[in-house]
Every structure is written in structure tokens, then in C-alpha cells.
Write a protein that binds this ligand. Sequence first.
Ligand SMILES: [Zn+2]
Ligand SMILES: [Zn+2]
Length: 131
Amino acid sequence: MFKCEICGKLADKHHIVYRSQGGVDFPLNFKYLCSEHHRGKNGPHKSRKIDLEYKLELQNKLEKLLYKEFYTLDELVKLIQINKGMLKKLLREYKLYKEGYKSSDIIFRLMGRKKYTQYMLEEYYDFIARC
Ligand SMILES: [Zn+2]
Ligand SMILES: [Zn+2]
């Protein structure tokens, strides 16, 4: 049984990059949230700001974890704790260099083929300030 990472109540598993956005199953992409912090107004499904914050946080973690320029499949399986077959399928669209896959490609794919920036969050704040 899982506890909400914010308040400690019973939690569901949330995919930080939603499956509908191309998100996949690996531990860093999961966040355990109670119904309020998951689907309530302060949860990522209702709050664009929280959704972005969680995604930026995940992207930062991945950038720290994959600090080298290239990684082989076996290294990635260990680091990201992802199923090898699935990973292979995910990375099929990217170039495999002799040193391995490019970490920027890997992160981009794990983020649902998107690069998130702090700027997106600032834009959001500007938008709110104008309302
Ligand atoms: Zn909670
Ligand atoms: Zn969710």
C-alpha cells in the first residue's frame, strides 16, 4: 500500500508524464498521491502549474541521473529500472551511436517527446498575473 507523498494518506499511482502523453512505466515517472493531491484542485490533473512542476522535477532528476552523453541499453535498464524490451522499442526512433544512445534523446523520449523548461512555468505565472 502506498502513501501520498504530500500528506501521507492512502495513495494512487500517478504517472508524471501521463500514458496518454507517451509516458511509460519506470519508478521515477510514478508519484504516489491521495485522491485530493491527485485529482483535486491541487493535483496535477486539475492544476496546470502543479503538473508542470512535477514534470520539470522529473526532467531534472533524469538530467542528473543521465549525466554522461551516451548510455547503452544495459546501463539504462539498471539506472532507470525500465523493462529492456520496452526501452528498446521506445528508443527505436533514435540513432544508436557506437557509444550508445544519446542521453538527450533518452530524456526527450521519457518526457513524452517534449522538452520542458522553467520558462513554461514562468509563462504560466505571467498568464495568471494577467487574469
Ligand atoms: Zn495527499
Ligand atoms: Zn494521475
